[in-house]
Design a binder for this molecule. Structure first.
Ligand SMILES: Nc1ncnc2c1ncn2[C@@H]1O[C@H](COP(=O)(O)OP(=O)(O)OP(=O)(O)O)[C@@H](O)[C@H]1O
Length: 305
């Protein structure tokens, strides 16, 4: 394990009866990352996160957090970890501030932490309102404030933007993005939305049917999006025939000739060659495979997230 690994699991598995809810997952979350745990409903995200928090007992495998075994050092690890799993729990008849004070007593942290956490989630102007009167987004922000209260080294959030409107999603996203640099907090969050993970995460783990299918930097995932050149000419059949003699391998697709792995000079040469043979080139386009297509390739799923 490298020095900066915050979460490391090996062979982590959970079986319910004979059903593999989580199957031999090796998670690797580095310090300072926002790690996006991405997968469709029922993929095993919540079960994995619950195992990391000691809420579900693994059937197999090991969990190491901050370089320490969760089995051996659970209280000390959880003391340095904040979490929001499923919907936030709060007392509806108490105000936001009173809810924070209840949590403050449990976690034994100074008053300034309460003020700071409420400020970060931008609830300071609503702290004297009863939590049951909060909007969904405000309730979610209160849940995050509670998770932040002890300014943990690791924050685990299960679908933090679930059920929020676009403005609420944007706010929570910006809030989460600021945590590693402003407070040195490493964030592990789950989502079933690729677009969400794309906008927030620095690293990603893709889980489907309990299996971790991809893990790495977001950049690495994006680099998988190879581009294709789409060419339209006045006579595609003749153009294809001529280009084959030059060593190009076009594939016909509707009214286009499609080429993979071309460099710029190839495109220029091809264009010149066709024009010299009196075939007008009417369009040259570059198409990149979308992140969604890459995701579908990795998971082998027809349905989109
Ligand atoms: N207590 C349980 N008993 C039996 N099966 C369970 C239990 N908890 C989870 N499962 C099953 O394990 C699988 C993974 O569930 P999990 O909640 O971890 O998925 P998820 O990726 O978090 O999905 P979602 O986004 O819908 O919450 C599902 O098929 C679920 O039905």
């Amino acid at each position: 394990m490298t020095a900066s690994a915050i979460v490391q699991t090996q062979n982590l598995s959970k079986k319910y009866g004979s059903f593999n809810s989580v199957n031999r997952v090796d998670l690797h979350v580095q310090e300072g990352e926002i790690y996006g745990f991405l997968g469709p409903n029922g993929a095993g995200k919540t079960t994995t996160l619950k195992m990391l928090l000691g809420l579900v007992k693994p059937s197999e495998g090991t969990i190491t957090i901050f370089g320490e075994s969760l089995n051996k050092n659970r209280p000390s690890i959880l003391h340095r970890t904040g979490s929001l799993i499923e919907s936030p729990s709060y007392y509806g008849h108490l105000t936001g501030l009173e809810n924070m004070k209840v949590m403050q007593r449990l976690r034994n942290v100074p008053d300034k932490n309460v003020d700071e956490a409420l400020r970060i989630v931008r609830l300071e102007n609503h702290k004297n309102k009863k939590a049951e009167q909060y909007s969904l987004g405000m309730k979610q922000r209160l849940g995050i404030a509670m998770a932040l209260l002890a300014f943990p080294k690791l924050l685990i959030l299960d679908e933090p933007t679930n059920g929020l409107d676009p403005a609420g999603i944007g706010e929570i996203r910006e809030l989460i993005k600021s945590l590693p640099t402003s407070y040195g907090i490493t964030v592990l969050l789950s989502s079933h939305l690729l677009s969400e993970i794309d906008q927030i995460a620095t690293s990603v783990g893709i889980i489907s049917e309990g299996n971790l299918l991809f893990q790495g930097k977001m950049e690495t995932l994006r680099k998988k999006s190879k581009s294709s050149i789409f060419l339209k000419t006045g006579d595609n059949t003749k153009a294809e025939h001529l280009l084959l003699t030059q060593g190009y391998c076009p594939v016909e697709s509707d009214s286009w000739l499609v080429f993979e792995n071309l460099i710029d000079t190839n495109v220029a040469e091809m264009n010149k060659f066709l024009v010299n043979h009196n075939i007008p080139v009417t369009r040259i386009e570059e198409h990149k495979k979308s992140l969604e297509n890459i995701f579908l390739e990795i998971t082998g799923k027809e349905r989109s997230l």
